[in-house]
Design a protein around this ligand. Structure first.
Ligand code: NAI
Ligand code: ISE
Length: 335
């Protein structure tokens, strides 16, 4: 029988995931959804056969909901995830798991009380073919011991609701997870430097930001977050090891020669850039939920570790200094 999914939050990515599960993921179907804007929920499920429920409590409690997908705003994630865990239902939560380490700890506590792992966090880059190739190279010793990494995360624009702390909590959180995963190490300290601001931004926003991370083993990572770069969506990553380097491949685009120029298109958003990663992420999650085994994607510990680092990055943004993350040892439960 197909895994019956209830969705909490039907905005941009919630609607994308509803279409993904309905049209492209085998062995899963959306049966219920909710949003604080009920009309938006109705539009998101139109044509799928799923029904709109009044709130997240109703979605979690519904007898015909086997598993929950949380795609509401970041600060609302932890509450819905804890409720799903307490109901004993597998839950896929879009990143971030929580916007504070304190909220993420509530999820760890809920899983510990439940006694087994139910949570997967939407760090979809781990399912991207390019990042997966980098992981294979690094884990296979192909570049020797990693020493440094250089990362770029650019969005064309962000809405007015995006604030300076979201550069860490909402945007850099992807690199924070992917660096922990690629380098198989925790992040021990963060510094955030603030160059001259772009004029293409809302008044309240500090953009761009440079983030410098130190891994527990001593490797250093630099990251440019620039969320109003205007020209497109661009993600870059290069890991430098003792014996070589490995770079994230770009998604190929047709090369156009015309009017004395040679050009290729620049992708415009994360939907285009990570389409394949999202599909693999959800198919794997649905298969593993159907099998009744803990899912093998990024788990609540990964969400917690990322929240500890983003908390430190927010403090670093405000202080300008180097801030220790103070990450604790990974519990055996998440080994
Ligand atoms: P959005 O603002 O388009 O949608 C969020 C929806 O959640 C809204 O419709 C809002 O009304 C609803 N909502 C908020 N709190 C709620 C609650 N307590 N109960 C029910 N509904 C609630 O935002 P978007 O872009 O879809 O982002 C949602 C989440 O997905 C964010 O955490 C974001 O970081 C993440 N995301 C992940 C991406 C990725 O690359 N993996 C890409 C884009 C978003
Ligand atoms: C958004 O929420 C995402 O997760 C995108 O992948 C990221 O590029 C963007 O900066 C975030 O706001």
């Amino acid at each position: 029988m197909a895994v019956r999914v209830g969705v909490i939050g039907t905005g941009w990515i919630g609607s994308e995931h509803i279409r993904r599960i309905t049209d492209r993921v085998g062995g899963a179907e959306v049966v219920a959804a909710t949003d604080i804007d009920a009309d938006r929920a109705a539009r998101a499920v139109a044509g799928t056969g799923a029904r709109v429920l009044a709130g997240s409590e109703e979605v979690v409690a519904a007898d015909d909901v086997d598993a929950v997908v949380v795609t509401s705003w970041g600060p609302a994630h932890a509450e819905s995830v804890v409720a799903a865990v307490e109901a004993g239902k597998p839950v896929f939560c879009e990143k971030p798991l929580a916007t504070t380490a304190e909220d993420a700890q509530r999820v760890l506590d809920a899983e510990a009380r439940h006694g087994s792992r139910l949570v997967q966090v939407g760090f979809m880059r781990r399912f991207d073919p390019g990042y997966a190739q980098m992981k294979d190279v690094i884990a296979g010793g192909g570049v020797g011991t990693p020493l440094m990494a250089h990362c770029v995360h650019r969005n064309p624009t962000v809405p007015e609701s995006y604030h300076s702390e979201m550069a860490a909590q909402d945007t850099a959180v992807h690199e924070i997870d992917v660096m922990r995963w690629l380098l198989d190490d925790e992040i021990s300290s963060v510094q955030v430097l603030t160059p001259r601001r772009t004029s293409h931004r809302f008044e309240h926003l500090r953009d761009p930001q440079f983030m410098l991370f130190e891994m527990a083993g001593g490797a250093r990572v630099d990251l440019e977050v620039f969320v109003n770069c205007q020209y497109g969506y661009e993600i870059g990553c290069e890991v430098v090891g003792e014996e070589g380097t490995v770079r994230l491949p770009e998604i190929p685009g047709a090369v156009v020669r015309s009017a004395g120029r040679r050009s290729t298109p620049v992708l415009q958003d994360w939907v285009q850039r990570f389409a394949a990663a999202f599909d693999t992420e959800f198919q794997t999650w649905a298969d593993e939920v159907a099998a009744g085994t803990p899912t093998t994607g990024p788990n609540a510990w990964d969400g917690y570790a990322a929240a500890v680092v983003t908390d430190a990055a927010v403090r670093a943004l405000h202080s300008g200094g180097v801030v220790e993350t103070g990450i604790k040892a990974r519990p055996a439960f998440y080994a």
